[in-house]
Design a protein around this ligand. Structure first.
Ligand SMILES: NC(=O)c1ccc[n+]([C@@H]2O[C@H](COP(=O)([O-])OP(=O)(O)OC[C@H]3O[C@@H](n4cnc5c(N)ncnc54)[C@H](OP(=O)(O)O)[C@@H]3O)[C@@H](O)[C@H]2O)c1
Length: 328
């Protein structure tokens, strides 16, 4: 299976190449970057030396030859490629935000006009597997909404309020340096940002609604001095109290058979580099604290995108994704 990665010089694109090395049938044959066309991939991603001997290229969408294309490009760029690739029979997984929300909500939240809108399955496979199987296009969810939604999903419809508090590693901001990600501002520090206005809140609300929940939803992210990972604490405020044993059973029933969701004490290190989401819950009656940990670049982006590709192409969902985390 020929794979094109658009935006292959970025963090999510590099992670797609790293993970696909271990896939049984998918082979990366095209890796794009506008600025680095002609440069060997291992000059930008030295960890991939010996695993991928391609050079970056900058083809027009009409010249891309692939069975599946991953759009690991910023929002608003993805919408310029998606329709063109699909019209040529190429399956597409979009890692950007361009197709995750209904058009009018997307335009309001992102403050841009959508030039090529169509509806797409929202690719959290644990919740939307049937929509993703054999799909031609999947909108891969945001990193925060993946961890947050998986933390709260089993209890969502019993809640009247859900408050998500997330800590994220710096690679979530992509490879473009900024004052926020400058080492002295991040190192030995924890910085809250977009306290009430982060754009991923819209996806979280959408998923709670989809789960049959009428809960009010709030979200505050914090930047922490690690490269990878998102730890989300979900405070789930309930209409009726729930006992610890009952809530544990609810979670284990909900995620029964889900290989990538593990019920255990979450920590960033245990999921680093892997496609796992670790979740655990504690009840104090009317409030349940559910905590999840994911790697933002794997379950929060490229790993989940490959999980979706596997479903879209009728392959084993775990293909290319069976590695354990990197502890310590
Ligand atoms: N980082 C994460 O943890 C994470 C998690 C979930 C989802 N995502 C999403 O995944 C996408 C990529 O994120 P990232 O963190 O990998 O970003 P990044 O490190 O900034 O990389 C962006 C990539 O896109 C290319 N690019 C930028 N503008 C482009 C355009 N207009 N047309 C074509 N290519 C363009 C860049 O190369 P050139 O400029 O050389 O073309 C680069 O290869 C984003 O939509 C992001 O929101 C990221």
């Amino acid at each position: 299976m020929k794979i094109a990665i658009l935006g292959a010089s970025g963090y999510a694109g590099g992670e797609l190449i790293r993970l696909l090395v271990h896939h049984s049938t998918a082979k990366v044959t095209c890796a794009t970057s506008r600025k680095l066309a002609g440069t060997p991939i291992d000059q930008v991603h030295p960890h991939l030396k010996g695993f991928c001997d391609l050079k970056f290229e900058n083809p027009a969408a009409d010249d891309i030859d692939a069975d599946v294309a991953f759009l690991a490009v910023p929002h608003t760029a993805a919408m310029t490629y998606a329709g063109k690739l699909l019209s040529r029979g190429i399956k597409v997984v979009d890692l950007s935000a361009d197709y995750r929300l209904p058009k009018e909500i997307y335009e309001k939240v992102y403050g841009v006009t959508h030039s090529d809108y169509f509806q797409a399955p929202y690719g959290i496979p644990e919740l939307h597997r049937n929509e993703c199987i054999n799909a031609k296009f999947v909108a891969n969810p945001g990193c925060f909404p993946t961890g947050a939604t998986l933390a709260a999903a089993p209890l969502a419809k019993h809640a009247h309020t859900v408050i998500f508090d997330s800590k994220t590693g710096v690679s979530g901001a992509g490879d473009n340096p900024s004052a926020t990600t400058h080492y002295p501002n991040v190192g030995d520090n924890i910085g809250p940002y977009k306290w009430t206005t982060h754009r991923h809140l819209a996806e979280m609300k959408q998923e709670l609604l989809w789960l049959g929940s009428k809960a009010k939803c709030y979200f505050t992210p914090h930047l922490v001095p690690v490269n990878r990972g998102i730890l989300t604490t979900a405070h789930i405020l309930l209409n009726e109290p729930i006992e610890q044993k009952e809530v544990e059973k609810l979670y284990s029933d909900f995620y029964k058979g889900e290989y990538f969701v593990r019920y255990q004490k979450p920590s960033l290190a245990a999921v680093r580099g892997s496609n796992f989401c670790d979740v655990m819950v504690e009840s104090e009656g009317l409030r349940v604290v559910a905590i999840s940990a994911i790697d933002n670049l794997v379950k929060g982006a490229s790993g989940q995108a490959i999980q979706n590709m596997n479903l879209m192409c009728g392959l084993n969902e775990q293909d290319g994704l069976v590695g354990a985390g990197l502890l310590p």
